[in-house]
Design a protein around this ligand. Structure first.
Ligand SMILES: Cc1ncc(COP(=O)(O)O)c(C=O)c1O
Length: 250
């Protein structure tokens, strides 16, 4: 878990982690992201780079935004049929296949695209995204900054489909709006791979924040337990996992 001071920074960190994970696995060329049209993920540069390329202000910063890959917007929940969901999933699968060698991850707002126009889409699309990600070796990132903590009727929007992402971003309802706070969470597999990679840690901010706490990615089953399985690692092990990192600590 990495605590961040805004949702945008949580997304930045999620994208960095995905790229570092691919590098640690021997795929340093996987530097781009696959997103869908109509999304909103924040206003910092990497986050803006996965927002909708037309409505997301990309034209104002052509030299600063990474060239990511965008799939079509999923069909609206109110009008979707199994056929339209299948056709959308097939299009997305084709796009992922065409770019798989250069993609690190897929990032979407699950079930509800909020700031990009309040577009609700069927939970079956999340299942399709999970399959596409698995088929092409991509991480699946769910940006639950707007949807997390019950805002779509389930604790997390991912729960509508029973899909578990590899990386999740949360914010907003994390503090009920009282404080600006967000977090990026990932699976133990990703944390271990990145810690064991050449950099030795997530390359963002004080490394202790990224390495000290080990928690299980919240699912409906695990979120009911407030205590993180395994708990915090010892300060000694946090220091050990910082060894070899190129940047000084806090
Ligand atoms: C889905 C989503 N991701 C990221 C963000 C960015 O969060 P922040 O404004 O805290 O940087 C927002 C903000 O509305 C959001 O709705």
């Amino acid at each position: 878990m990495f605590l961040a001071d805004s949702g945008s920074v949580a997304v930045e960190v999620a994208l960095k982690l995905a790229v570092q994970f691919q590098t640690a696995l021997g795929h340093p060329q996987r530097q781009r992201l696959l997103s869908i049209r109509g999304g909103y993920h924040g206003d910092t540069f990497a986050a803006m780079g996965v927002c909708d390329p037309v409505d997301g202000m990309h034209s104002a910063f052509p030299g600063l935004l990474a060239g990511n890959v965008f799939g079509p917007r999923p069909p609206a929940a109110a009008a979707a049929t199994p056929e339209t969901v299948r056709a959308w999933a097939s299009d997305l699968g084709d796009i992922a296949a065409a770019h798989s060698g250069e993609l690190a991850a897929i990032i979407v707002e699950p079930v509800l695209q909020g700031a990009g126009g309040m577009h609700a889409y069927p939970a079956e699309c999340l299942t399709a995204l999970r399959h596409v990600a698995d088929r092409h070796g991509l991480l699946l990132i769910f940006d639950e900054i707007a949807t997390g903590f019950g805002r779509t009727g389930e604790l997390f929007a991912a729960d509508h489909a029973g899909v578990v992402p590899d990386i999740m971003c949360v914010g907003k309802a994390l503090t009920g709006g009282y404080l600006t706070l967000a977090a990026m969470l990932c699976t133990a597999e990703i944390a271990s791979a990145v810690s064991g990679g050449q950099a030795g840690a997530l390359l963002h901010g004080p490394r202790l924040w990224a390495t000290r706490w080990r928690v299980r990615l919240p699912t409906r089953a695990s979120a009911s337990s407030a205590t993180a399985p395994g708990g915090p690692t010892s300060p000694g092990s946090a220091r050990a996992s910082n060894r070899g990192s190129p940047r000084p600590g806090p």
